[in-house]
Design a protein around this ligand. Sequence first.
Ligand code: ARG
Length: 700
Amino acid sequence: MVSSVRILMCPPHHYDVDYVINPWMEGNINRSSRERAEEQWNTLHQVLKRYATVDLIEPQIGWPDMVFTANAGLVLEKTVVLSRFFHPERQGEEPHFQKWFEDQGYTVHTLPKSLPFEGAGDALLDRSGRWLWAGYGFRSELDSHPYLAKWLDVEVLSLRLVDPRFYHLDTCFCPLSDGYLLYYPAAFDTYSNHLIEQRVPAEKRIPIDEVDAINFACNTVNVDRIVVMNQASPSLKQALETHGFTIVETPLTEFLKAGGAAKCLTLRVTEPRQGEPHSSSIQSRVVQLEGHLLDSGLVNRALDTVVSGGGSFQVLNFDLGEQRQDASTADIKISAPETGVMADIMSQLVDLGAVSLPQETSSAQLERVVQDGVAPDDFYVSTIYPTEVLVKDQWIRVQAQRMDGAIAITHENSGPVARCKILRDLKAGEEVVVGSDGIHTLRSETSFKSKQTDEFSFMGAGVSSERRVELVVEQIAWDLRQIRDRGGKAVVTAGPVVIHTGGSEHLTHLIRQGYVQGLLGGNAIAVHDIEQSMMGTSLGVDMKRGTSVHGGHRHHLKAINTIRRCGSIANAVEEGVLTSGVMYECVKNNVPFSLAGSIRDDGPLPDTKMNLIEAQEDYARLIEGADLILMLSTMLHSIGVGNMTPAGVKMVCVDINPAVVTKLSDRGSIESIGVVTDVGLFLSLLVNQLNKLTGQYAQH
Ligand code: ARG
């Protein structure tokens, strides 16, 4: 019985493996037999004619992969999105397929030139037409998915392919009749597997193993309950039969050499639209994104966020520029299987700068704090990015922007005021923003670009090369001088390693020369600095000779004890007990410092704040209004400072451990620069460069 299904095929008269554009083709150039290919293709053709009407397109000399008509485009009803091949080796097929579709009366959509999408090879409709599964990662770009959603008016579920052998979605994924799914889970990333599991109930999923996968078992043509494929293992046959499918095997080994099989050799050109795209349990929201969406990678990130969070999207309006780098606006409908998933996705999208649309005229949702120091469950967690909230029809800028806070709203005479507050400062009765409506984070284009460009160039290989360090040093020296000369503020966060690595003389120089307006650290940096100043050792190691001093391990305690006797570091300086070093220079030059805590029971110094809350407040006060923060080899103090600092403050993190540097640059803002190097060396380069800039060459 021939159903109403029509399939497009292309005879293999000019088929061969002429180049390598996927792992299957490697070692197979000119290795396929034309005769056997014709024979296998004819058999497939005959088989398919039993179940469908087969149309043929004229093969073209010079385009050997044109047999794989799945890659012609993606059809839904009378609309087709034409493929844009990733590899030039196949791009010449495009006009031939375009002509065929036009001749058949299809509405043909073509994607922007630089946006690859490989048709039904990478996009498969759910067999009940509920949504479109779209693959990306190798041949098609995620950015192409919004176009599919828009032009075909269908919900798109994006799946990321991760195994180069399964470079097209149809090599590892095959939706079957009645909601069944034949697929190879290992070809997808975790999130995609998650999405698949959310949409297809366990009893409808037919996962296959690697052996079947490499025999292209997923590359199956399915018409009703018939599945036509190259080959299936006995266990797969059994699984399919149990679910009521009849298997027709037809060897396609010659085409496997080019990385394709039954499904690749066909394109279903009748895809009726069936039913409503959304089932009722699915939630949806509309958000708007604005800016250089494609060029900045923002769309990619936003869609990635949606997909990786278990949701899906449909593009309602995409006001595209002509070029990828043009500014554009997108209204995106986000769908999620349930409320929790939606809430998570929405808050992440808001952090990326998206605005929730239907709420544009309604205010941010507020809820009262019931218990001091505890926010309502659903409170919006603030980021380092400038944020606005919609209160009483008015977008107001949040003050004291910082990360990990709640946004509290107060109503003053001048109108509502929004302010970031840390949890412990919340008071019962106070109103706090919950959910993600009426919140807008202002992300600059550059804050996205940094990820791909700057950070990459500084830390590309994890460790900065010497020349790179020099370049960064030049830039920081320049900034420091500018900041000093215009009366700005540079703050240094330093760990004890600064002293161990011989950085003390350089840091003291910076302080003396007026480059430092605040110093943050813990007990240790001050202790080691004072030990070095009083006894010439740092943790008992002679700083000139680099060797341990007999009994030196007691030195740091003696240093602490001496300062304790004086009552404070400042007193010690005044009494002439402390006469040099970093802390001495701070006191002498009126540079405020804050020493936050110590878990070590070795003192502490009288200046060390053992109450961490007070210490945090002290830190926050010293950071306020900073233009630049130089973080020198102290992971915890740097991360703490990073969290307290709003976007826009330049941060330079120097550490020998790349993990620390990466952690800080995770802020993703252009302002953070990571330098993986020895901090003593870094400081000496910095001082040298500053001296060069000011015409005083180093004397040593
Ligand atoms: N050699 C072709 C390519 O690499 C094979 C295409 C297979 N088609 C498919 N829909 N999986 O593009």
